[in-house]
Design a protein around this ligand. Structure first.
Ligand code: FAD
Length: 338
């Protein structure tokens, strides 16, 4: 029997997670990942990789909770296995601090991480310009290790990889029975979707091995995330800014803001600077449509637009994409290709 040919466009954390889930769950499919860029050159590779959801306005909270729980539990199992070092996944504890007391003091994901609590007065004294804070333990998933680990897992179940820029999904559909679009901010061009836009983020990598806890200002523009190779400090959130060059003023601002939170950073050596484009969108798009090609209806499942939460939600949205594909193949079994 001929296997169903599925192609996943994109090899960031969303594309590779989706490809692994499909290849492992549907053995009657042959799965190919096509992408212009692979690790270490995707946005996912440079991201800090802390698991910390933000709330999307138009997606039911129970769905967002499910996306996060799936991802957290999957990565926690890796963190507590002998694979943790290879995959670059581990627990990370720290503080989320607010300049003003938020209306919602307990976010929807509070019970899904470990030890969520409000910070004590003594802890808040460390941050005199902030009025409120939350302490918890979450996970950090470093994609420089995790993407090669996922790629190995994908190949182990027969997955294939092609490096190529896709310019036309209809043309791609001539050779495949189903397409999964995980092209991140690339969807702005690939599916001509103005609703996806870049949110430029610049970060510095500094040598400060004495720092063990993360600190994040809730405005999302100042954060310190200790990691395996270095400490990520950031950042910027510049909407509709496609610049990939490092901006010296941004770097100076990052160092200044982060040193105010953590004075020891003033003597830390800067090891590198990095810019990435978050796939901004009001809500992630995890849904299905059909392409009409030479009399065939080819399912096109979208899984993009995760903004600053692509790693945080990757395994959960990948499961939804898998289920949408499974349902499509059941509703409309593939027709013969010419
Ligand atoms: P990408 O990683 O960008 O991958 C897209 C893939 O699609 C690439 O392989 C690309 O080559 C391919 N592609 C695109 N167009 C085409 C085409 N036409 N043809 C072929 N291939 C194509 N998230 C977190 O959860 N936690 C964090 O701590 C965190 N920190 C961040 C810090 C910064 C500074 C930035 C910039 C982002 C951060 N993020 C974080 C967000 C995270 O990086 C993204 O949400 C995530 O990387 C999106 O993954 P993706 O797979 O959708 O996109």
């Amino acid at each position: 029997m001929q296997r169903v040919k599925v192609v996943v466009v994109g090899a960031g954390v969303v594309g590779l997670s989706t490809a692994v889930r499909i290849a492992e769950a549907l053995p009657y499919c042959s799965v190919t990942v096509i992408a212009e860029k692979f690790s270490p050159n995707t946005t996912s590779d440079g991201a800090a990789g802390i698991l910390l959801p933000t709330e999307f306005p138009d997606i039911p909270l129970d769905r967002q909770q499910r996306w996060f729980k799936e991802t957290f539990d999957h990565l926690l199992a890796i963190a507590y296995s002998p694979q943790a070092a290879d995959a670059g996944v581990y627990l990370s504890s720290g503080f989320h601090i607010f300049k003003d007391v938020p209306c919602e003091k307990k976010p929807f994901w509070a019970d899904l991480v470990f030890g969520f609590r409000n910070m004590s007065d003594k802890e808040m004294k460390l941050f005199p310009n902030h009025k409120f804070g939350q302490a918890f333990t979450t996970l950090k998933c470093e994609c420089l290790s995790y993407l090669p680990w996922l790629e190995k897992r994908f190949r182990a179940v027969g997955g294939q990889i092609l490096q190529e820029k896709v310019t036309d999904l209809h043309k791609l559909a001539l050779n495949y029975d189903a397409i999964i679009n995980c092209s991140g901010v690339g969807s702005h061009f690939l599916v001509k979707n103005e609703e996806v836009y870049p949110v430029r983020g610049q970060m510095l990598m500094v040598n400060a091995p004495w720092l063990k806890n993360f600190v994040r200002d809730a405005d999302g523009k100042t954060y310190i995330y200790p990691g395996i190779r270095y400490v990520n400090i950031g950042g910027t959130r510049q909407v509709d800014d496609w610049r990939m060059e490092v901006d010296k003023e941004d770097s100076e601002g990052i160092l200044e803001r982060c040193s105010r939170l953590e004075p020891s950073l003033r003597v830390a050596q800067v090891m590198g600077e990095w810019v990435g484009l978050r796939p901004g969108r009001a809500n992630p798009r995890v849904e299905r449509e059909y392409l009409h090609v030479q009399g065939r209806q080819v399912p096109l499942v979208h899984n993009y637009g995760h903004g600053g939460c692509g790693i945080t939600l990757s395994w959960g949205t990948a499961l939804d994409a898998l289920n949408l594909l499974r349902q499509s193949l059941f509703d409309k079994p593939p027709q013969a290709r010419l």
